[in-house]
Design a protein around this ligand. Structure first.
Ligand code: NAP
Length: 481
């Protein structure tokens, strides 16, 4: 398929246009860069019919064959990484280097999923009475994936890889802001040789209508959602008449703790990376930084230098490290958080305002990378996910205080620990209530590790040995000879 066409619905093996289209914008310039098909409830119903029809054949195809197709798809992504990165940047705004990294990570995730499919085995239990018992793993059945715009490739591919490896047909509803990269990636996976109905794409500007039509149908056996906690909780409520498996990868409010025995320059570089990646629009972005009072001044000086070196601009311009926010609503939330923090006594150490570019073509929502010192627990930013390039800094005196404050949140996705001490690090890792923890590591996401959150950050995991479980049912078989 070509991104210039609005045929972004993939239903039963055929790319189709919808009854209408919606515009796709470059968030840096607000130029229209393409159109996507506006799928509706009928498209969703047709996709579910096709997924149900495809299920038996796909589950019987065998894990080896499914793995071969996924590896081929990974090779397809690698071969087209440059043009895909350019599309991802123009739709999402992130710098090209980040887009490339996301696409290569997506290829690795497909390869990991291909391998995990072959390991989705059960077990035999010793005879009790007259025969043994079996624990069998079976694909859960037709599934729906709903994905966000902030990592429009990797969040989508994680679900595609694991579902397909497990023998599950998947309908993808990508984010409205980034349907074109989604359709391209789904096209690459589909072109590896998938039977019709195994992987489908329903782009839409009416997410509630499309998701609602699918959720109302008990043949849909699984939902895997990545996005905000608010929408995720709504999906749980909406599914109450038909119990089905549901994976939720939701919002976060990540703390980072810089202990006094940290390698301070490395910690400053790590914090800058883990905060300002994707302009702070990451579910695992640091939202609270706790720095021990002993190293605070040295650390802040180094951090300020790192952050001051960031360069705002169009993601495809050379030298850009920080793109725009996805839209004006995202910008307004960032501004609210900064205004509230300053009104309650925080100090702007760096940034603290919109970026006004010299180039009038850059009409998007840019905000200067910002450091706020003197933050405290009463500020909105301490409790709400900012999803932008603002880093509030808090001071602490004891390990127990830092860990207790880090845990004081409804979220439980990611946390970061910077320390050179094994016992101190172990204590923190044991006590922090977060699903993903980076130890001196600003990018704690690897295919071989389970990714996901606790509390209001979600349930189930993607990646690791655990990831494929989300697409498998467990059957207990008792045998009498
Ligand atoms: P969002 O508004 O919840 O949207 C996510 C997806 O849900 C989009 O595809 C969206 O479609 C769809 N959606 C919206 N309303 C819906 C409804 N009523 N029924 C069904 N689907 C609906 O979140 P976002 O703004 O795109 O993403 C940012 C959030 O995602 C942040 O909170 C971030 O922390 C979280 N996130 C979490 C992870 C993780 O792994 N835990 C990863 C990335 C992002 P439309 O695009 O058409 O609105």
């Amino acid at each position: 398929m070509s991104v210039n066409s609005a045929a972004t619905l993939l239903i039963n093996g055929k790319w189709q246009e919808g009854n209408g289209n919606f515009d796709v914008l470059d968030p840096a310039t607000l130029d229209v860069i393409g159109q996507a098909a506006d799928g509706d409830r009928d498209d969703a119903a047709a996709a579910l019919d096709a997924a149900c029809a495809a299920f038996d054949g796909w589950r019987s195809a065998g894990a080896e064959r499914r793995g071969d197709l996924l590896r081929q798809a990974a090779a397809g992504i690698r071969a087209r990484a440059e043009s895909l990165a350019s599309l991802l940047t123009s739709e999402n705004g992130k710098p090209l280097a980040e887009s490339r990294g996301e696409l290569l990570g997506s290829a690795r995730m497909l390869e990991w999923s291909a391998e995990q499919g072959r390991r989705a085995d059960g077990r035999v239990t010793p005879a009790s009475g007259s025969g043994p018992g079996l624990v069998l793993k079976s694909p859960v059945g037709p599934a729906l994936a709903i994905t966000p715009w902030n990592f429009p490739a990797s969040m989508l591919i994680r679900k595609v890889g694991l579902a397909l490896a497990a023998g599950v047909p998947l309908i993808v509803k990508p984010a409205e802001q980034t349907p074109l990269i989604a359709a391209e990636l789904i096209g690459i996976v589909n072109d590896a040789g998938l039977p019709p109905g195994v992987l489908q794409c329903v782009t839409t500007s009416r997410p509630a209508e499309v998701a609602g039509a699918l959720l109302a149908d008990e043949r849909l056996r699984k939902v895997s959602f990545t996005g905000s906690t608010e929408v995720g909780l709504g999906l749980v409520r909406g599914t109450e008449n038909h119990l089905r498996r549901i994976s939720l990868e939701l919002g976060g409010h990540s703390p980072a703790i810089v202990f006094p025995d940290a390698d301070v320059p490395a910690a400053a570089a790590g914090v800058a990376a883990a905060k300002f990646f994707n302009a702070g629009q990451s579910c695992i972005a640091i939202n609270r930084l706790y720095v021990h009072r002993e190293v605070r001044d040295e650390f802040l000086e180094l951090l300020e230098r790192k952050v001051a070196a960031l360069r705002l601009g169009h993601g495809s311009a050379s030298g850009t490290t920080t793109g725009p926010l996805i839209d004006r609503a995202g910008l307004a939330k960032v501004e609210r958080h900064v205004e509230d923090a300053v009104s309650r006594g925080a100090t702007v150490m760096l940034g603290g305002r919109r970026w006004e570019p010299a180039d009038p073509a850059l009409a998007g929502a840019f905000y200067e990378p910002t450091i706020l010192t003197g933050a405290d627990d009463g500020m909105r930013i301490t409790h709400e996910e900012t999803f932008g390039p603002v880093l509030p800094v808090y001071s602490f005196d004891t390990d127990e205080e830092a860990i207790a404050r880090a845990n004081r949140t409804d979220y439980g996705l990611a946390a970061y620990v910077f320390s050179g001490g094994l016992a101190r690090t172990w204590n923190a890792v044991e006590r922090l209530n977060f699903g993903v923890i980076g130890v001196n590591e600003p990018g704690p996401v690897r295919p071989e590790l389970p990714f996901g959150g606790m509390k209001n950050s979600g349930q189930e995991r993607e990646g690791g040995a655990e990831g494929i479980e989300a697409y498998l049912e467990t059957k207990a078989v008792s045998i009498r000879f």
